[in-house]
Design a protein around this ligand. Structure first.
Ligand code: FAD
Length: 297
């Protein structure tokens, strides 16, 4: 068994993990522990972009309203305010760090997507926002001499002493060795759990490990029923599901059922721009409609 010591251990190399590692590196040595390669994450796969109030025609109030509406009144308003207000600050911080979002004539290009009534989606590399942004943060992390990455190492258990987390038990898939990371702080950034479903647009690592580890260590967990689904994915028997970007609907594409009929107008007032998340009702109706095709008009 190997034993290491770091001030901070970050589990996960998605955007949350990489950002946490980058910022914690100012305070001491950081380990980034990731189950697969550094670039296997939902963050890397994300396509559509990041919503932030940038345009002068937009306001944080509009964004809060759209978010609450998409959450069908079930959102925790404090969390929505953090998302809208601090989200904007984080985007501006990324731009300051050197991240390049798509521009036209020197101005940021703002797209429209499901659930939004305003153009507020920033993209990078067109529909490769997640890849471009995660690669950017990965480069920032690699440049920090105080950060060490451990690929193909899965976190297994948080080790407690007197009600404090003092270490992480992990397993190296390559050397087949157990590893103990002694640490003052563990940041869990292991993302979601959608890969527990038969068909998913998520990478195979998204199995909710962090939620399970935190629960095992005594954390209270909540709202597990809120799982985002992508209403538009490419289905090819025996192959991985592949997201057909929401931006396609944002730019005016229609969804057609197997009879070639447009059906979303009967399901939701926003039609093809209905929010994909948190809405089991829409999910059930989409299952019935069996969407098969996109048409551009
Ligand atoms: C196809 C797709 C498109 C999307 N498009 C958008 C979009 O346009 N806009 C938007 O805002 N959001 C989008 N999302 C959602 C967005 O990607 C996620 O909400 C966000 O990336 C989550 O970031 P994260 O860092 O928390 O988790 P992730 O990016 O999922 O990172 C989790 C990390 O933890 C690692 N990990 C998991 N378990 C362990 C373990 N036991 N030990 C060690 N490491 C572990 C994983 O390997 C991974 O590196 C999309 C998601 C997908 C799948």
């Amino acid at each position: 068994m190997q034993v290491f010591e770091f001030e901070t251990v970050v589990i996960g190399s998605g955007l949350a993990g990489l950002s946490a590692a980058y910022h914690s590196s100012k305070y001491g040595k950081v380990a980034v522990v990731t189950k697969s390669q550094l670039d296997i994450s939902n963050s890397y796969y994300a396509q559509g972009g990041i919503a932030a109030v940038i345009s002068e025609d937009d306001s944080t109030e509009f964004h809060i309203n759209d978010t609450s509406e998409a959450g069908r009144g079930l959102c925790d308003i404090d969390a929505v305010e953090v998302l809208v207000n601090e989200g904007r600050e984080r985007v501006l911080e990324l731009i300051d760090l050197g991240m390049e979002f798509d521009k036209k004539d020197g101005q940021l290009v703002l797209g429209l997507e499901g659930g939004h009534h305003q153009r507020r989606i920033l993209h990078a590399g067109g529909d490769a926002t997640g890849k471009v942004l995660t690669s950017f943060m990965l480069q920032k992390v690699k440049e920090q001499p105080t950060i060490k990455s451990f690929e193909n190492v899965t976190a297994i258990k948080l080790i407690q002493q007197c009600d404090c987390i003092v270490a992480l038990h992990a397993y190296d898939f390559v050397s087949k060795e157990n590893i103990i990371f002694k640490t003052k702080a563990v940041i869990i950034a292991t993302g979601g759990l959608s890969r527990i479903f038969l068909r998913s647009t998520n990478p195979y690592t998204a199995t909710g490990d962090g939620i399970a580890m935190a629960y095992e260590a005594g954390a209270k967990i909540a709202d597990l029923e809120f799982i985002q689904f992508h209403p538009t994915a490419l289905f090819a028997p025996g192959k991985e599901a592949y997201l057909i970007s929401e931006a396609v609907r944002g730019e005016g594409a229609w969804l057609l059922n197997e009879k070639g009929e447009r059906f979303m107008k009967e399901i939701h007032p926003l039609a093809e721009l209905a929010p994909g998340c948190c809405c089991f009702n829409i999910f059930k109706q989409l299952q019935k409609a069996k969407p098969t095709t996109f048409i551009f008009h």
